[in-house]
Unconditional design. Sequence first.
Lengths: 642, 173, 392
Amino acid sequence: MTDMTNPDTSRRVPASQQPMTVPAPGNPEAIGAAVSVNIDGLDVKVPLGTTILNAAKQAGIKIPTLCHHPDLCVAGVCRICSVEVEGQRTLQASCSFPVTTPIKVKTHTQKVRQARRHILDLMLSEHCGDCYTCGRNGNCELQTLAKEYGVDSFRFGHVEKPVHEIDRSSYSVVRDNNKCILCRRCVRTCLDLQEVGTIEVLGRSHQSHIGTFLDKPLGDVVCINCGQCINRCPTGALRANDQTDEVWAAIEDPKKHVVIQTAPSPRAAIGECFGMEPGTAMTFELNTALKMAGFDQVFDTNFSADLTILEEGTELLLRLKQALLLREPGAVFPQFTSCSPGWIKYLEHFYPEYIPNLSTAKSPQQMFGAVIKTYYAEKQGIDPKDIVTVALMPCSAKKFECNRPEMADSGHKDVDFGLTTRELAKMISEAGIDLPRLPKSDFDSPFGTPSGSGVIFGATGGVMEAALRTVIELVVGVKVEDLFEHADIKPVRGFEGVRYVELAIPQVGPVPDLLKPLFPSWDFLKGATLKVAIAHGTANAKKVMEDIKAGGQFSKCHFIEFMGCPGGCLGGGGQPIPTTPEIRQARAKAIYAEDSAYEIRKSHENPDVLKLYTEFLTEGPCGHKSHKLLHTDYTPRGKYIE
Amino acid sequence: MLMTAHERLAGEIRDLVQKLGRNRSSLVPILQEVQKQHHRIGTYAMQVIADELDIHPVEVQSVVSFYAFLDGKPQGKFVIRLCRTISCDMNGKKRVARQLENDLGITFGETTKDRHFTLEWTNCMGLCDQGPALLVNDRLYTKVTPEKVHEILEECRRTFGVHATERKEAHLA
Amino acid sequence: MSSIQTYTQATPEAGLKRALGMSRPDIIHEMNESGLKGRGGAGFPVGGKWNFAASAKSEKKYIICNADEGEPGTFKDRVVLQEHADLVFEGMTIAAKAVSAKEGIIFLRGEYTDLREHLEATLARRREQKLLGRDILGSGVDFDIRVFIGAGAYICGEETALIECLEGFRGEPRNRPPYPVNTGFNGHPSVVNNVETLASAACIMGKGADWWKTMGTAKSTGMKLFSISGDCAKPGVYEFDLGVTVADILKEVGGEGAKAVQVGGASGRCIPPSEFARSIAYEDIPTGGGSLIVFGQQRDMLDVLENFMDFFGDESCGQCTPCRVGNLKLLEGVKLLRAGKCSMSYLKELCALGETMQIASKCGLGQSSPNAFLSVVTHFRDEIMGRTFSQA
């Protein structure tokens, strides 16, 4: 049901537990048995231990929730989901009450309705914030419930003036405790789901508030900017930094040449902001919208995704050459992917000693920025200081990434703005554009060829699949379609938290021209077995890292894809809210469908990329110029907080 | 050898973890011991404890901020806790409270400048038939009167060995 | 010297010796027969609790003594621990035999740290006398007890919050079910019993369930310890049979002519003189932890109420909305009443809120904190409405 392996139960957030799944003591034969529960007069049979909430879902009965979230462990703190259970004096929280005997439940009695209304009134008495000025206006769970339960007055008062200071210290995440209703979803996300541990509940009773270590500004503590907390916050207490005004200013400045690169995940999800079903890709309609909004050029990030594959793939092959052919010490394995800035920062904080394992290749976003302000600027005869590069990303950490001091290899800030899917949806609305009804249009040259291998970057396993497609054809020398139907490398796909795949290399083919300067032949790989792994979400990354530290199975891998966010980029911190396992699965389906429909599905066949190497990066992948513009280094940060 | 306060503290905490067990259920006893020795649980201590128990510093702080007897702020050598619940309240705690504030020159929630005394409210201490009740570190005083307050503070000062003239200045602070 | 006759007169280790020679089901049967209910305030049948834990299958089980006595006006456990620690540990050992537990923990509230030395010394002596440790009195039962000191939180008196504290977390009550007898300390079945419960259990095993039933009423068997304080001549710990009336207690402690009596601590009920003839038993006025606070005629009930609501506002763990914000609103309401600024309609709203809190809060604290508010508002309405000046 969930799309990630459950984090270790020893890391659970206190007082939040999985609902009881074992039967009452003394009845071991009943494990797995079904039990009947009567909800509002409707009988429904469910497995023993199912919560009332899930039983109601099965019966098609709606019970409102606030602190409950399908990705997170149970909290049972908001009490909105309270229901009457026959025989019990107190109401029971349906999100946490397990059904073990046939019980009668009533979900909308007078007592329940009064309780829910009171709870909302209590929350609203402390919730300081005007819906009009809030980024979640129209998409706020508290607002929705207030409407459903007929809130027409603030029974217990309302806070007019903000009490807490808004924390804007982070490039990516803005915290506004004035709007916080203490549902603790963010804490469970950061502590349980992602295991980063940036925020927790501090204080007791009505002094409780969500805070960082020492209540420091977010920018001063260990936060990886993944924004998963934002995606799960039911109100506007957590949001991403909004830079739309600055982007509008750039667009409206006649001196500026504003180019935008769009990534696959936003394209698969932005429709959700316009009422479309999750999984409706809007890639080409979006191009039209962006031009209408005033962007000068619209490029496909998949170009630089393919570029990343060639650079990073070559880097991997060079490590293998160092280890297997030259037998030199110092070749570090496994190589870790480096396109997820949340993952990068996670490693820099928690496993800085493994920095040598990180691929030096930049992320597609950053490679693109460097290429635009050099190659593209030259080609078009535009002064790079007049170019504004905007990246449409599903990611909140990209805002931090593009501001990293080393990301200026073009001589200017390579990427000026990392724009989230939500920000762009806002801009499109502001411009009065009706996205779903637009005609399609193509990307602009010279970075306009749609590519399947680039598109799948958006899903967990996608980077690995793109890399394997290239390795199979360029090294093994066979067509991918010969080994995997339709070139769909299914073993690396899926939502399991950690996946492990082996690729045998029984024979090798000729070295392609592009790589001849670096590799005389592939013979050193003949007979080897390439061991790769995929992990998504930092809790799973931690599992893999601990295994590597202990010398386990994953320490013997050659290449591991790490994504900071559960589901991969399609679940990123900048994506439309809400997020659920079903929504992420739908987005993945859209991404893989886009890949299937494209002509170019292998990075080494992308004509725009090949042209770049012929015209500009003439030494080929991992050559001097590539290293300067497309590779980077990292900062060991550790986890100590001053 | 240059041993910093940090190194010393880290060593103490590692010894505690060794003694009490490297698991989460040792957290509260470890915190209590650090509180006792150092009169506070500082930011460095919290990070070392977090590292040793494989949890996050903010989780340690979350626990510290929950319990009344654990404090992240520096506390005095003597933490004075006066019960404010109903039975002690009815037996005259207000006058005792005022006397404490006068004698120490601080209000509830504060610590004297010389870091000798911290004054806190506390809730029912289970001495309702002998109130007003006062807790000074681990020691209980019952049937406290404003007159007795002076004796209690003097006893603390004697234990600590404060010089007579220093004492006067602390009084005027 | 202890005023608790039943405990003073109990033959030391009589209960333990008898239990060690009985089968587990028989011990539990005896507890069931006695009708002993938890003496900490929740009143859960002790035999039932031990039975659940006994039936749970686990290689580890725990007997936890809840010595986190924090209910305002309650101090009986302090006296029991001071004077009858042996009886308490005896009760824990009997429970250990009944449910097959090998480890015991006594959760001693931080405010009682001065008792630690005495308790450790008692434990050490019991180990020497083979009353604790391996092969207790040659019976083959292994059981030992360690002391855990609390860190200053009333909510840790709630059994799941207590377990959370033991595990190194914030003392926030858990979702129930599952209950500690099924999933307790570190996920293992744990019996959490109050100090008095354990001491009384030891007495029952020593003298038999029938003896216990000669005291009290049919539904509320046995005797109960009462902590009595406030405006009375002789405050202290008293022993009464359950079913005793408020009036009789007041006579005994020299508190006649009281304006009101708070039965069961701050989370109990405020009883006006018109109800002094009622009895204290599970079927009438619930005992709670057995505290009685006597209010003389000079007392201002709003003062009292504010003190209680302040207490709950401070001690609420803060995780669930009804309790965290509800207690704040009730306290604000009391302050409005003081200032004479609370309208009748807002007061009605607060009472409705109190009723919601009683059924929607996650644990007993939020479920019972409105009791004081509702009973004072009901019984002393005239006194609290229409104040024309605020009192300092």
